[in-house]
Design a protein around this ligand. Structure first.
Ligand code: 5RP
Length: 230
C-alpha cells in the first residue's frame, strides 16, 4: 500500500462516523481531498449533510462535486470535522498548516464537537517538531514578527529556530490575506507551552500547533488501519 492508498483507506473509514443530517467541517490537503471525494459519492447517492470548508480550494472542490457548502456562521458547530495533519503525537497534538490553511482549519476545528484526523502512518511521530511549524502572521512588518517568533521558539528549548517566510521574495498569501512563516523547530520539548507563548506574540494571527482539538485519529498503515481516541 502506498502512502496515498493509506490516506484513501483512512478517508473511507471515516465515513462510518458520518450520519445523515450532520453538519461537517471539510479539511484541506491531499488526505482531506480523499475524504471530500468519498463523501461526494455518498451525497450523490442521497446522503444529506451540510458542510463548511477550511479553505477556498476545498470549498471549490466540494461545490464542484455537489456537496452543499456554507460559511461556518451559517452552519453552526460542525458535528464532525475531518482533516489531515502534518504531524500527530500520541496525545493527538498536531502540527498543521503545511497547506497554508491553518487559521481556518483551527477556527473550524475549535468550533466542532468532534475533530477526526485522517493520515498515513508517517504523520505519527514520537515528538512534534521535525515538520517546520507554520505560523500565520500579519503582513505588517513580517521580519519583526518573525524575529520575535524565533526568540520565543529558542526560549521554549527547541533544538532549531530557523525561520523563513513562505514564498520568499514573493510571499505566499493565505486565504485570509496573511503571510506564513515556517519555523524549523526540529524538536518541541513542550508543545503546550510553545503554543501559549506563540499566541501571545503581537503580529501572530495563529500557529500550527493544534492542542486539545483532535479527539480521534485514523491512521493508515501498510497492513491496515489504526484508530486512536482521546
Ligand atoms: C493544510 C494542512 C494539511 O492537513 C496537512 O498539510 C496535511 O496534508 P496532506 O493530507 O496533503 O498530507 O494542515 O493546511
Amino acid at each position: 500500500m502506498t502512502s496515498d492508498d493509506q490516506k484513501r483507506a483512512a478517508a473511507e473509514k471515516v465515513l462510518e462516523f458520518i450520519e445523515p443530517g450532520m453538519a461537517l467541517g471539510l479539511g484541506t490537503g491531499s488526505t482531506a481531498e480523499h475524504f471530500v471525494r468519498e463523501l461526494a459519492v455518498r451525497v450523490r447517492a442521497g446522503l444529506k449533510v451540510r458542510a463548511t470548508s477550511t479553505s477556498d480550494r476545498t470549498e471549490a472542490l466540494a461545490r464542484e462535486l455537489g456537496i452543499p457548502v456554507v460559511t461556518l456562521d451559517e452552519l453552526g458547530a460542525p458535528d464532525i470535522t475531518v482533516d489531515g495533519a502534518d504531524e500527530v503525537d500520541s496525545e493527538l497534538r498536531l502540527i498543521k498548516g503545511g497547506g497554508g490553511a491553518l487559521l481556518r482549519e483551527k477556527v473550524v476545528a475549535a468550533a466542532s464537537k468532534h475533530m477526526i484526523v485522517i493520515a498515513d502512518w508517517t504523520k505519527h511521530v514520537g515528538a512534534l517538531g521535525a515538520f517546520p511549524l507554520p505560523v500565520e502572521i500579519v503582513t505588517l512588518a513580517p521580519h519583526t514578527t518573525m524575529r520575535r517568533v524565533a526568540e520565543v521558539v529558542a526560549g521554549a528549548g527547541c533544538r532549531g529556530n530557523l525561520i523563513s517566510l513562505r514564498g520568499g521574495e514573493r510571499p505566499f498569501r493565505t486565504d485570509q490575506g496573511n503571510f506564513i512563516a515556517d519555523v524549523t523547530c526540529e524538536f518541541i520539548p513542550n508543545p503546550n507551552e510553545l503554543a501559549r507563548s506563540l499566541s501571545g506574540i503581537a503580529g501572530v494571527v495563529e500557529h500550527g500547533l493544534f492542542i486539545g482539538l483532535c479527539q480521534t485519529l485514523i491512521l493508515g498503515h501498510s497492513n491496515g488501519l489504526e484508530i486512536v481516541t482521546r
